[in-house]
Design a protein around this ligand. Structure first.
Ligand code: B16
Ligand code: MG
Length: 227
């Protein structure tokens, strides 16, 4: 069995760029409108979680999960999204997180296909603002995904789209739900951030994503996984 990597799949929010802060600001305002206070610690739980699931978590936090109809909840989610899209107008190519362009270039130079597994329905807008629309060989369509992270569906879809076996693919994530999704898909998980239990390789920030080290750790992991 060779050690060939067949694909690398990136999360978007929190890995390619820091839109997590914009999501936080938009949710914080929406939550305040219904009398719920959220802070940055709580916001960690929203990372990688879909729009409607995020709203449910916020309502639960304020013990208001039974206070709204589905239509009202959809209106609240739409309102948050309008605010988020407004904040996204500030995003430019300078907002790609440190080390990401270099990492993408190294992977591309080795001829490896690169995928995107973001559950954000705004992923296209974000990539356009970052001028990264052509950086990915396959972008999993969040609108077609039935189950949000931590379900592996979006990572499995990305692997399939790139023609890669999950065990031959590396996923990069900043959220606990995302790491869980990568592991459930059978891929090698690279975590960016703190307290990402279950990551096979963990760094504090994107500028520490060293491609040679990732490959080395992946090869060790593969040897142990196929023992
Ligand atoms: P939207 P990722 C996720 O993106 C975000 O981390 C999460 O906070 C957000 O709620 C979700 O996208 C849905 O985003 O409201 O834009 O559809 O981390 O999977 O790239
Ligand atoms: Mg993320």
């Amino acid at each position: 069995m060779n050690n060939k990597i067949e694909a690398v799949v990136f999360d978007l929010d929190g890995v390619i760029t820091d839109t997590a802060h914009f999501h936080y600001l938009a949710w914080k305002q929406l939550a305040a409108e219904v009398g719920i206070t959220i802070d940055e610690v709580f916001n960690e739980r929203l990372k990688g979680v879909s729009r409607m699931d995020s709203l449910e978590l916020i309502l639960q936090e304020g013990n208001r999960e039974n206070d709204f109809t589905l239509t009202e909840k959809e209106e609240m989610a739409a309102k948050k999204n309008l605010h988020y899209c407004d904040l996204l107008k500030q995003l430019t190519a300078n907002d790609v997180l440190p080390g990401i362009l270099e990492l993408l270039a190294k992977i591309k130079a080795e001829g490896l296909p690169i995928g995107l597994a973001s559950v954000s329905k705004n992923a296209g807008t974000v990539l356009k603002a970052l001028e990264l629309e052509d950086a990915f060989n396959f972008i999993a369509d969040a609108a077609k995904i039935k189950r949000s992270k931590p379900d592996p569906e979006i990572f499995l879809t990305a692997c399939e789209g790139l023609g890669a076996a999950p065990v031959r693919a590396i996923g990069i994530e900043d959220a606990a739900a995302g790491i869980e999704a990568i592991k459930a898909s059978g891929m090698f998980a690279v975590g960016v951030g703190k307290s990402l239990q279950g990551a096979d390789y963990l760094v504090d920030s994107t500028n520490q994503l060293d491609w040679d080290k990732i490959k080395e750790t992946y090869e060790e992991w593969l040897k142990n996984s196929i023992k």
